[in-house]
Design a protein around this ligand. Structure first.
Ligand code: SAH
Ligand code: SF4
Ligand code: F3S
Length: 454
């Protein structure tokens, strides 16, 4: 038996759902007595929490994994874990590809890490990818920030977008109960967290799988009801939610966001394409007209709201004209930010086997053109902040300039200003904006708001 503490390392790829899962798995490992190591080469347990949304995300994992598999030959007691979406997609095939692996575990098994590791320490090679009912998390996550926190609200996805692996790897929708969500937020409020982002692959689909209907025949538990239910949690000053699906984004939800002061005026609503025929083949369940109406309604209630989204270019069969409809939508809406991607065929998805795939040249040319437009529009959108006073929640020091702190406006714009992090961390500061860039702002502090937590 060695007396020195054993160390763990986690590298996380992919979306916020994976980041939240990693924080919970880190909490479990610390509960088991492991200590964090920033350097994977110093760790006894290495966990890769993986993403398979596009091919390049998956390939990155294999190159990281190859290096550690080699190390295992010199250090046989090294424990190697692949968690997340590649683990779920590949399952046992991963063991054949990388026999040095000890544990392959899908995202639904994140909360079971302790159990699974015990089986590994008993000498087994373990694959945990069968669909399960996600157990409530009883450990304390090791959260990356002391100011902002993620709270899972709904796991999985019930859509069937023809390009997307998520339903295959994350399983069917499972909503947590409003009581469990509120209890986690209350604990966060007590610990001094100021901002909570409620998380779900399609967060506005929340509650469809929970029992209960209202006399008017709608589900009793919707995201709108949840926002009203958690809004007065003491200490939590800001509430955000992501990602929203246009199919479920109701006017009732928009009204609640406008009415509830803690809910921030930023909405992430992916549209994927600005062309109705492409949207139909993607099986998205809405038209560009419906998407435009949602944004218009948001802006009627909250004129200054920031809007961000995801878009895919080069979907199979997308014509130049159809791509131009995406450009047109981007131009008309005026997004504050847009995550763009070239279509990547994914195993097990319908669109991957269609015979109208576009060439890499066409896809990358369209991606460049779209990105150029996005940067231009974001820079224009930023101009509206010039000279204004914005409320910024201070999260951290500016890593590039230690005399500055950084945080976000309610509309999610990254903002820098001169100040001491020890004094300002977790404070809401009114900042007069004096410099604007496409995706960030700089200003001077005007007033620090004292938040009294009860
Ligand atoms: N549930 C969310 C998005 C989840 S995946 C929604 O429906 O909007 C995150 C983003 O990855 C998607 O919005 C999409 O833009 C992108 N994406 C998903 N599958 C992709 C693929 N096969 N190729 C390229 N981008 C993809
Ligand atoms: Fe993927 Fe569509 Fe589900 Fe989003 S809604 S995760 S794009 S299948
Ligand atoms: Fe990637 Fe899985 Fe998220 S595939 S984007 S980590 S749900």
């Amino acid at each position: 038996m060695t007396t020195s503490r054993r160390h763990y390392h986690i590298t996380t790829f992919g979306c916020q759902m994976n980041k939240a899962d990693s924080e919970r798995m880190a909490g479990i490992l610390e509960d088991m007595g492991f200590e964090w190591s920033e350097d994977p080469n110093q760790a006894d347990v290495i966990l890769y929490n993986t993403c398979t949304i596009r091919d390049n995300a998956e390939q990155k994992v294999y190159s990281y994994l190859g290096r550690q598999a080699k190390r295992k030959h010199e250090q046989p007691d090294l424990t190697l874990i692949v968690a997340g979406c590649v683990a779920q997609q590949e399952g046992e095939a991963l063991l054949r590809r990388v026999p040095e692996l000890d544990l392959v575990m899908g995202p639904q098994h994140a909360n079971r890490l302790k159990d699974l590791l015990q089986q590994v320490f008993d000498g087994n090679q373990v694959v945990a990818t069968e669909p399960i009912h996600i157990i409530e998390d009883i450990t304390k996550p090791r959260r990356d920030s002391e100011v902002t926190a993620w709270v899972n609200v709904i796991y999985g996805c019930n859509e069937r977008c023809t390009y997307c692996v998520v339903p295959n790897v994350r399983g069917v929708e499972q909503s947590r109960t409003p009581e469990a969500i509120r209890a986690e937020m209350e604990e966060l409020g007590r610990q001094g967290y100021k901002e909570v982002t409620l998380l779900g692959q399609n967060i506005d689909a929340y509650g469809r799988d929970l029992p209960g209907v209202t006399p008017e025949g709608r589900h009793q538990h919707t995201l709108t009801d949840l926002l009203y239910y958690v809004h007065d949690v003491p200490g939590v000053e800001r509430i955000r939610f992501a990602t929203s699906h246009p199919r479920y984004f109701t006017e009732r939800l928009i009204r609640a966001c406008a009415e509830l002061p803690k809910v921030c005026e930023h909405f992430h609503i992916p549209f994927q394409s600005g062309d109705n025929e492409v949207l139909k083949r993607m099986a998205r369940g809405y038209t560009h007209e419906k998407y435009r109406r949602i944004i218009k309604t948001i802006r009627e209630y909250m004129p200054d709201a920031a809007i961000s989204a995801d878009a895919i270019v080069g979907f199979p069969g997308e014509t130049e004209e159809q791509f131009e409809n995406t450009l047109k939508l981007v131009e008309d809406i005026g997004f504050d930010q847009l995550n763009t991607a070239a279509y990547s065929p994914r195993p097990g998805t319908p669109a991957a086997v269609w015979d109208n795939q576009l060439s890499e040249e066409v896809k990358s040319d369209r991606l460049q053109r779209l990105n150029h437009l996005v940067a231009t529009i974001a820079a224009e959108r930023s101009q509206r902040y010039m000279g204004r006073t914005e409320e910024v929640l201070v999260e951290d020091q500016n890593p590039k300039d230690k005399t500055q702190v950084m945080g976000r406006t309610r509309t999610n714009r990254l903002t820098f200003f001169t100040g001491d992090i020890n004094e300002l961390k977790g404070k809401l500061v009114k900042v007069r904006i004096s410099e604007v860039r496409a995706f960030s702002l700089t200003g001077e502090p005007v007033e620090v708001r004292e938040v009294v937590s009860v």
